[in-house]
Design a protein around this ligand. Sequence first.
Ligand SMILES: *Cc1c(COP(=O)(O)O)cnc(C)c1O
Length: 429
Amino acid sequence: MTGVMTTESQAIMARARQLFPGGVNSPVRAFGGVGGEPFVVQRGEGPYIWDADGNRYIDYVLSWGPLVLGHAAPVVLDALHDVMQRGTSFGIPTGLEVQLAELIVQRMPHIEMLRFTSSGTEAAMSIARVARAATGRDAILKFDGCYHGHADSFLVKAGSGVATLNLPNSPGVPAVLAALTYTAPFNDLEAVRAVAMQVPLAAILIEPIIGNAGFIEPLPGFLAGLRQIADETGALLVFDEVMTGFRIAYGGAVERFGVTPDLTAFGKVIGGGLPVAAYGGRRDLMQQVAPSGSVYQAGTLSGNPLAMAGGLATLTSLTPELHAIISRRTSTLVQGLRDVMQKADVPFSASSAGSMWGFFFHPGPVTNFAEARQSDVPLFNRFFHAARERGVYLAPSAFEAAFMSAAHGDDVITDTLERLSDAIRVAKS
Ligand SMILES: *Cc1c(COP(=O)(O)O)cnc(C)c1O
C-alpha cells in the first residue's frame, strides 16, 4: 500500500509473524477474509482506537463485543485500579464474584445458579458436558453459522472465523466426536424436528441472534419452536448469549424473545474487556457441577478479582436508561447506513437489536448462513478497506456482527456516516 515505506504496524507484524501462527493470537485478527495486513493497535479511548502509526479509527468492533462503555471507560479503569491495590489473584472465593453474579441473576432471573469461567469457549464447552451428563445423551445440535467457541464439539459449521478461511470443520477434531454434532440451518424448525425425532439430543444450542455469520435474527416463532421441540424430545435448550447478552436487550434474549432456555452461556460484555465468561441456568442442572455434583469443571483464574471488577463496573453502569440510549443510537446509525447505501445504489440490508448490529451487501432478507454467503463479499472487502482508510474500523470479515458503545455519540455517528458514504463510493467503482 505504501510502497517501500515500512510503517510501525508493519514492522511489529513482521516480528509477530515469526512468533505467532499467522502473526496473531486469534485467527480473525489476521484479515484473512478481507486481505491485506492488520494494523497494530496502540491505544483506545471512548469510540476511538489509534494504531501504532498514530492513525485514528472510529471502532465498531469494540474488542469483538465486550466494550459496551467504549475504550478505557473511566469507571472501569477506576474499579480496576482500586481492586488491583489489594492483589490480582487469590484462587480463593471473593465478594466480587458474588456481587457480579447477583447483578447477572437480578437482570436475568432464569439464571438461578452460575459458574464463572475465563472464556466463552470454556462456558459453552462446560454446558455441553452438563447437558450430556444431565440427559445421559451424547449428541448435540447446533446451527450452521453459529459459533460457540473452539471446543472440539462445536467446530462444525462454526461461522465467521472458520468460514472466512474456508475450513468448514477443523482437522484435529476426532471424527467420532464430530459425528455427535448435528447441524441444521438457522430458522429451519423442520430440519431441527427431523434430527430431534431421530437422534436423542442432549442439547439444542443456539445463538439467539447470530453474530458469528454476520447479524442474523430469528424469524418470529423460531425460538419458541425450538423450546417446544426440546420439551417434546427431552433435549435441553441452550442459549449462547456470549455475544448477545446485555446487548440485544437489557435482559438479553429472554426479555427480547420471551423464550426461556435451560442453560445459558455468557461472556464478552460481562467482563467489560477483561477475561470473564459464565454459564448458568436451572438450579437442578447447575447443581450437577462439581463440587456440588460430579460434572467436573474448574479454572485457576476463574472469578479473577480484576476481571470481576471490570464486569461489575460495566454492568453497574449499563442501566436500562443507558441501554436504551445506546440502542436508539444504534438504530440511527443503521438507518443512516441504509440511506447511504440506497444513494449508492448497492444491494444492502441491515438491522440492529439493542447495541448489536450488522449488514450484508445483499438485498435481504438474510435468514440463514447460506443466504449470508450469497452477499457480495468482494464489495464488502473493498468497502472494509475504504472505510479503514477513512478512519472507520469495521470487523475484517463480511460475516461478523458490529457493535456500539455508550461512547459513540450522535456526532460520532454523523462523522461515521460521512466517512462511510465516501467509502462506498470508492468501493463501488
Ligand atoms: C465469542 C463467542 C464465543 C467464544 O468466546 P471466547 O471468549 O472467544 O472463547 C462463544 N460463543 C459466542 C456466541 C461468541 O460470540
